[in-house]
Design a protein around this ligand. Structure first.
Ligand SMILES: [Zn+2]
Length: 250
């Protein structure tokens, strides 16, 4: 048995019993964990903040070797990202970010860079001034999360022959091949979509850019829509399912 203290972002919660709930956190030191909040349904006021979704807290929990469900003992709110509470579009985007973290991580698999990326994305979306700005934060998060999870698609060279791509009217992108295909090789994959070359260039840039620069970036609506379409196609192929939040975001 060990008493553990860490920084944690609330991803999800679900009922456990008539009085208690299970909270899913993404933490700095332990990756994604599930924690039992005993009495949280009975003493709602006491548990505010840590049970509010998409909040940043310092938590203390008891870790036992026999179970992966830990017990929450203390918590303190650091930031509740007020912008997310005041704007439904922001809340939906941030909820999608949390859903992605839940889908692309294993339990108890620590990844400090992903924690930092998640924190930056929630801060950025919360503080952004409008839909174009929050969209860039979302795309940057998606591309950099795919990179950290080892799923970054190849966007510069043809995945089949490795020749550098000629960016013409459209580029073929294949989820099963894991990236772009040149004109010669595209017919080798039945499963592919056509994407605007600008969308490939922008997505590739966002995958590697410094998060501090994102606030100043804007993406044309047509390119944003095309990257969105490409990522939905690619992510649904990787996870073999549709994500719950897709119907709430454009
Ligand atoms: Zn090729």
């Amino acid at each position: 048995m060990a008493l553990c203290k860490t920084l944690a972002i609330t991803l999800k919660r679900s009922d456990y019993s008539d009085t208690s709930q299970i909270v899913s956190f993404y933490t700095l030191d332990y990756g994604r964990i599930h924690v039992l909040a005993k009495g949280s349904k009975r003493y709602k006021k006491k548990f505010t903040s840590v049970l509010d979704l998409l909040t940043y807290n310092e938590i203390v929990f008891i870790k036992r070797d026999i179970t992966r469900l830990y017990t929450l003992t203390e918590w303190e709110l650091i930031d509740n990202f007020p912008g997310l509470r005041e704007n439904l579009d922001k809340f939906y985007l941030a909820s999608y970010v949390a859903e992605l973290v839940g889908e692309f991580t294993e339990e108890n698999d620590r990844n400090e860079k992903l924690f930092e990326l998640l924190l930056n994305a929630l801060r950025g979306i919360s503080l952004s001034a409008g839909i174009p700005a929050m969209s860039v934060y979302l795309l940057t998060f998606e591309m950099q999360m795919l990179k950290l999870a080892g799923y970054l698609p190849e966007m510069i060279r043809c995945v089949n022959c490795e020749n550098e791509l000629q960016l013409k009217r459209y580029v073929s992108f294949s989820a099963s091949k894991g990236g772009v295909l040149c004109e010669k090789c595209q017919n080798q994959s039945q499963e592919r979509i056509a994407v605007l070359p600008g969308a490939i260039t922008a997505a590739s840039y966002l995958a590697n850019c410094d998060f501090q620069r994102v606030a100043r970036l804007r993406i044309q609506p047509s390119l944003y829509a095309d990257i969105r379409r490409m990522l939905k196609y690619y992510i649904s192929f990787i996870l073999n399912k549709e994500l719950r939040m897709w119907k709430y975001i454009s």
